[in-house]
Design a protein around this ligand. Structure first.
Ligand code: NAI
Ligand code: BGC
Length: 270
């Protein structure tokens, strides 16, 4: 069965990694609402993946659920194989899976460094690499998509804002920025578009522990000139535009969706 909705992603197939919660879940639902078939990758949260599936079905979309650790080569291969088996050609990869394991640098363990880099950076590399190989092996059908394939990395404002106490995380996102730009440069002649969306503070499980008290919320809001925390759906809609033909001339770009967090808010008063 395939998604029959005639939205701007009609007849396209998307893989969304880490789609059992938060931003990944919202992206999967937004792409399905615009007509794409979705492979919902999830790590361990099967209930979360099922929730994504019911939200996709509520917008008359269609998906498969594929369990797998995005930091493991064999799991990435299985994700792409199962997607191809279910839907045929692949058009979109959203590399979203990501984790934080925070600690002061002086106390940071090799294990916490390794886990974050493995999921956030190696996972992004391995899934983008598999997507690119799929895109170049397929026949371009411009009636479906003008580009031969689209990759979106969900990076972070911390691909440019250094972040003490989270050196592993900020390093993974800083590296993702150069991964995105270099791959975009290399694959443009193949008509593959590669971009990043770099969110600021979005209300999801990843930053629950930064919103534990009113004081912490106040501190977070002080970093956001627009005066509110973002919603996962606001990232989902932007991804849907970025992978559509409306954005066909956009490649190698980073879209910061952050309520102004990257505008050096502490300089706001001169
Ligand atoms: P989240 O914790 O809800 O989502 C992370 C997802 O990644 C989860 O579904 C989790 O199961 C999955 N995941 C973790 N390890 C995995 C693995 N090894 N293999 C496959 N999936 C795995 O948090 P959120 O916020 O939705 O995070 C999504 C992405 O957005 C991450 O890359 C994060 O760095 C990024 N981001 C989040 C921001 C925020 O304020 N919420 C801001 C900027 C970037
Ligand atoms: C982090 C969140 C944080 C946000 C803004 C994201 O990359 O994952 O924990 O709230 O950046 O600092």
């Amino acid at each position: 069965m395939k998604n029959n909705k005639k939205g701007k992603l009609h007849r396209q197939t998307a893989i969304v990694t880490g789609a059992s919660s938060g931003i990944g879940q919202a992206i999967a639902v937004a792409l399905a609402a615009d007509g794409a078939n979705i492979a919902v990758n999830y790590y361990s949260d099967e209930n979360g993946a099922k929730e994504t599936q019911s939200q996709i079905e509520a917008v008359n979309g269609h998906c498969i659920l594929v369990n797998g650790d995005i930091g493991k080569q064999q799991d990435v291969k299985r994700l792409f194989d199962q997607t191809k088996e279910a839907f045929g050609d692949l058009h979109i990869l959203v590399s979203n899976a990501g984790i934080q394991k925070d600690s002061p640098f002086l106390e940071m363990s090799y294990e916490d460094w390794d886990a974050v880099i493995k999921t956030n950076l190696y996972g992004a590399f391995m899934s983008a690499n598999a997507a690119a190989k799929a895109f170049v092996s397929q026949k371009l059908d411009e009636a479906i998509s003008k580009a031969a394939g689209k990759i979106v990395f969900i990076s972070s404002v911390h691909d440019r804002i250094p972040w003490s106490g989270r050196v592993n995380y900020a390093t993974s996102k800083g590296a993702t920025k150069m991964l995105m730009q270099s791959v975009a440069q290399e694959l443009a002649p193949h008509k593959i578009r590669v971009n990043s969306i770099s969110p600021g503070a979005i209300k999801t499980p990843i930053n629950e522990d930064q919103r534990d008290s009113e004081e912490e919320v106040k501190q977070m809001l002080a970093k956001i000139p627009y005066g509110r925390i973002g919603k996962p759906e606001e990232i989902g809609k932007a991804v849907s535009w970025l992978v559509s033909d409306e954005a066909d001339y956009v490649t190698g770009a980073t879209l910061y969706i952050d309520g102004g967090m990257t505008l050096y808010p502490s300089f706001g008063e001169g």
